[in-house]
Design a protein around this ligand. Sequence first.
Ligand SMILES: NC(=O)c1ccc[n+]([C@@H]2O[C@H](COP(=O)([O-])OP(=O)(O)OC[C@H]3O[C@@H](n4cnc5c(N)ncnc54)[C@H](OP(=O)(O)O)[C@@H]3O)[C@@H](O)[C@H]2O)c1
Length: 279
Amino acid sequence: MTDITINKVALITGASSGIGRALALAMAEKGFDLMLFGRREDRLTELKSEIKEKFGGQVIPVSCDVRDAAGMKMKIDQAVKQLGRINVIVANAGYTIAGKFENLTTDDYKNIFNTNFIGMLNTLYPALPYLKESKGTVVVVGSILGEFGIMDRSAYVSTKFAMRGFYESVRYELKEMGISFLFTEPGFVSTELRHMDKAGNRIETVTAKDKKATSHGGISATPEKVAGDIIKALPKSGFRKRVITGHGKVFVFLNWLCPNGLASFIYRNRDAIRKKVVK
Ligand SMILES: NC(=O)c1ccc[n+]([C@@H]2O[C@H](COP(=O)([O-])OP(=O)(O)OC[C@H]3O[C@@H](n4cnc5c(N)ncnc54)[C@H](OP(=O)(O)O)[C@@H]3O)[C@@H](O)[C@H]2O)c1
């Protein structure tokens, strides 16, 4: 059986923390050479050293904001000049906004779409010629919150629904080009996802409340577990959607079984859930 990871180059956005970071380590262990994209250059450089020490291989840290279309194109082209190709591209960079619709503004929605959705496009468009050439694979990190909405998360949920719509529309077009597509929908994961302000900038001082919220009442999976599941799900051809994490599968199944039931349960139990998760 051919190993789909040998001599392969992967580009990962959002590699400086959380799922992207864990995926970089797991892919390096599998033998991938890596282009690591993110804004925090120091984190990317540290990750490069860790990967080189543990697994060897070629690693390029690339400081870039996914909202900057021209910057992404230039840096992706430069990275390909160094490593020669892209076999797998992982559009993972993103953040969340918590808050009631009434307390948000149109700009909050524009900002989060600009990172989560437009940032994904800014990653995929410049990579498309390289992926066509390599008959490569696109991986997009969506969320179970692209399957069902919950209160106090409307902006984030809207971006993840949009990403699922993108996957469902584009998968056949990519297939025609010989490009595979894995759309992943992780459940809750312990990461730095909430450590951002509403404009999508990093918050230096993270509160104990934010840290507690990250564990989602203790059900959150580790980024390492999610990274391992993403690698296992990589298709050899065609496309597939994968819900990742056990609790995520349960929630998506319940939502399929009883549409609205889950959102309504969360609404009816909102005070208890808020207390367990954030207070
Ligand atoms: N954590 C969860 O419960 C969960 C569940 C389902 C799906 N997800 C998805 O998983 C993905 C990764 O999030 P995470 O949970 O691993 O959170 P995280 O630890 O905060 O990682 C987010 C990554 O995105 C990067 N990023 C954010 N804005 C960026 C920008 N404008 N330009 C470039 N990079 C940017 C961050 O790097 P810099 O700040 O250094 O730029 C960071 O590396 C997101 O798409 C998220 O929606 C997370």
